[in-house]
Design a protein around this ligand. Sequence first.
Ligand code: MN
Length: 233
Amino acid sequence: MTEFVFTPPTQPSLAIAGDTQRFPVRRVICVGRNYEAHAREMGKDPTREAPFFFFKPADAVVDASPELETTIPYPPLTQNFHHEIELVVAIGKGGANIPESQSLEHVWGYGVGIDLTRRDLQFVARDAGRPWDWGKGFDQAAPIAALHPVRAQGHLDSGRIWLAVNGRVKQDQDVKDLIWSVPEIIAIASQAMKLMPGDIIMTGTPAGVGPMVRGDVVTGGVAGLGEIKIKIV
Ligand code: MN
């Protein structure tokens, strides 16, 4: 038996709708600029770009179903803390070089999450040609509501995706408008590394991202996957 110099960290995990079991999270893989209008609002041309990816730490995930009344501390080092509502794909079966035609077989379930972003730090890094990590990876940067297993819910390729701040709708689109679909994302990501059970993919955000301040209550959802709710404190 392996002896560790201190107790290993707790396995990060997410709640599952209608189940007491939890989904163990291995990595949080995020897709950049995957809706046209959002790419434009970030000052980029969406039509000429292959998908690109970045990571958040696995332990940035936080359960954020509405009944939990999850609070997220306003993070350090930023004065421009943004919401990005996203469809989340939970991988249940690993694989490399997954053909697009088979990629849905690797999906365990779906959920709704918010890619919390220190936009000022992200842009400083972007414009200097540096990694985005400080903009995207910080404590509690990935609130995600309870996951919905494919076995209960089936697959999902369309449906309203929305987010509101203090009840005022800021993001409102349809996941069918993803530039790169879920099967394409899985196929392309699996060419770069072997996807593993427990990997979570945040698939990109629609237009309408914007700042949050302390006291804001942020709600959102994807049709068929329930809602998410956080309060910034
Ligand atoms: Mn995002």
